[in-house]
Design a protein. Structure first.
Length: 218
């Protein structure tokens, strides 16, 4: 029986309405000033609790105070534009009414965390990459959300311990990554072409599966 459900944040539970990409712009500023970009830059940004100014300092990116303020203004506008998806609000309510533990597991930079918590406060667990120190699909972040939810995925001596389902808009991070650590992973395709088209549909599938399991073991 599914005892907990984990949601991705951006593109799944919350919508970023004004996309300005200030951290990406900061990396471009570094390239302009002669800093050599690293393929590890995005992972480093999302796995450390840095503000925009911290990121510039830590990565050795030189830019003028005026330009840094412009980027900060873009960041503030972007964060202010974060709103929950209506189907996310309904899905969380349906699952919690059913007694399912609900959490969020997300790759994000530190300034975005407060907006996610404001949109979905008081859930049973959270695992944000900048706090965990690892980004999806690294096993550490899935293990962190399971610990936060007090659930244990996978099998022990061939016996299924608990079933934890994760859903999100990334095949790699929200379907395949969770499956690699013994969770159930599902891909949300808001275009309507995939099996999971919205979160209410997903929540009802979870609830139906729980009821079927209860009947089988009742």
């Amino acid at each position: 029986m599914i005892s907990a459900v984990v949601f991705d944040a951006f593109g799944t539970l919350v919508n970023l309405q004004s996309k300005r990409h200030p951290f990406r712009q900061l990396l471009k500023e570094g390239a302009v000033s002669g800093r050599r970009a690293s393929p590890d830059d995005v992972r480093v940004l999302m796995s450390n609790p840095w503000s925009l100014e911290d990121a510039a300092d830590q990565l050795g990116i030189s830019t003028s105070p005026a330009r840094l303020q412009e980027l900060q203004d873009d960041l503030d506008r972007e964060v202010a534009s974060i709103v929950p998806f209506e189907d996310g609000i309904e899905a969380v309510a349906l699952l919690r009414a059913e007694g399912v533990r609900v959490g969020i597991c997300s790759n994000l930079c530190e300034p975005y965390g407060a907006a996610v918590l404001q949109a979905f406060p008081d859930l049973d667990g959270y695992a944000f990459s900048y706090e965990v120190g690892a980004i999806k699909p690294h096993a550490m972040i899935y293990q962190s959300i399971c610990t936060s939810l007090a659930v244990s995925p996978g099998e022990l001596f061939g016996v299924q311990k608990e079933q934890i389902a994760m859903v999100g808009d990334s095949l790699k991070c929200d379907r395949d990554g969770p499956r690699a650590v013994g969770m159930l992973g599902f891909h949300l395709d808001r275009s309507g072409r995939g099996a999971i088209r919205d979160l209410v549909q997903f929540a009802k599938l979870v609830i139906e599966a729980r009821h079927t399991s209860m009947l089988q073991h009742g």
